[in-house]
Design a protein around this ligand. Structure first.
Ligand SMILES: [Zn+2]
Length: 267
């Protein structure tokens, strides 16, 4: 084979004169458009923007039900196509504010049953154990310190902060394409939680994405997406909800929440 010489770090090294063939990605990341063609009760013939990353999408030739991102950057970052199992997370960047944080957290604890019921309405399999875990995480992140924090958004925020949720083994068994994991995401207009409570022209989308069991990564990637849906936010206005009686909950859940509060006050 013909070789040429070049200098690398002051040393002469040899390399083949023929450049290696460009390695193409396995396949172009495609998005099944069908679940996304009905949004807000309106049926659309095609998609022009990705519902998750809001990037422009184009039809895939020959496969009318699929679209692809126009930009490779969106391919890399979008929940529906990313090859990383640690995509951009929702961030909480508010510095701790003693007065605001204390008041918001107290109000949450006072109405925790309503919040737990709201989370379960959006995700019926959400357990008290998960609830306590994500609340401890929210405490560390200073979620409560946003001055404009709206109580009615907390169920969505807690679901998104929870991250990947593995379903019980019983749900995984069966067909190879069965759903192994779920995760809730806001669309890309919400990067920082505070984006929910700033000036907005439209409400952000909240999505439930379902994944198959990943083959080679600890958590699923865009390649494992089985489907998804836009989750309707809670139908009943929050003020109306909290004006009613507290939701009925199991005694075990009440006891578990009491233990969480006692533990967090000790820390
Ligand atoms: Zn996208």
């Amino acid at each position: 084979m013909e070789h040429t010489a070049r200098a690398v770090n002051g040393r002469q090294v040899e390399r083949p004169a023929v450049e290696p063939a460009v390695v193409k990605p396995e396949r172009e990341p495609m998005i099944d458009a069908r679940p996304w063609l009905v949004a807000d009760g309106v049926a659309r013939p095609s998609l022009s923007r990705c519902p998750l990353c809001l990037g422009e999408v184009l039809p895939v030739l020959g496969i009318p039900e699929f679209v692809r991102h126009r930009s490779a950057l969106h391919d890399a970052r979008c929940v529906l196509t990313t090859r990383t199992y640690q995509p951009d997370e929702l961030v909480v960047r508010k510095a701790y504010d003693v007065a605001v944080g204390f008041a918001h957290r107290m109000r949450f604890v006072r109405r925790w049953e309503f919040h737990y019921a709201a989370v379960q309405q959006l995700c019926p399999s959400f357990t008290m154990k998960r609830f306590a875990t994500v609340l401890a995480y929210a405490d560390v992140l200073n979620l409560w310190s946003y001055p404009n924090l709206r109580e009615e958004d907390l169920a969505s925020v807690l679901l998104v902060l929870t991250g990947f949720m593995r379903l019980a083994d019983s749900a995984v068994k069966g067909a190879p394409e069965s759903v192994g994991w779920v995760r809730f995401w806001f669309d890309a207009s919400v990067r920082d939680v505070g984006d929910l409570w700033g000036a907005r022209t439209s409400a952000p989308g909240l999505f439930r994405i379902e994944y198959r069991e990943p083959g080679s990564t600890p958590f699923p990637t865009g390649a494992d997406v089985l489907g998804g849906m836009r989750v309707d936010t809670l139908q009943m206005p929050w003020t109306e909800r909290v004006a009613g009686p507290a939701p009925e909950l199991h005694a075990a859940d009440r006891a578990a929440f009491g233990r969480f509060v006692a533990r967090s006050h000790r820390n």
